[in-house]
Design a protein. Structure first.
Length: 95
């Protein structure tokens, strides 16, 4: 593809609403990144989300809480993987 130019489509601006901010935080709590959220239909760009975080103290607090919940989720996933691995290794030595 030498000589071809890849042009990304510009996203339409998205209006910041309480409902949208809640949805963003729900996605974060479920383990999604801001980058992956921004690729979803109807979601704002990464830059818009970052701008809102810097300008909106309430959204920033919601975001912090969502990130803490995301950390708990990831911790549980890591624990589950470790237990599965431990049980698999233990069964190898028993068998």
């Amino acid at each position: 593809m030498i000589g071809e130019v890849c042009v990304k489509e510009m996203k339409k601006p998205v209006k910041k609403t309480k409902d949208l901010l809640n949805k963003i935080c729900q996605h974060i709590t479920q383990g999604k990144s801001v980058r992956s959220i921004s690729k979803m239909e109807g979601m704002p760009t990464v830059q818009a989300i970052m701008k809102w975080l810097n300008q909106d103290e309430e959204f920033f607090k919601m975001y912090q809480t969502a990130r803490e919940s995301q950390g708990d989720l990831f911790g549980e996933k890591i624990n589950d993987i470790a237990l599965e691995l431990f049980n698999a290794i233990r069964s190898l030595f028993k068998g």
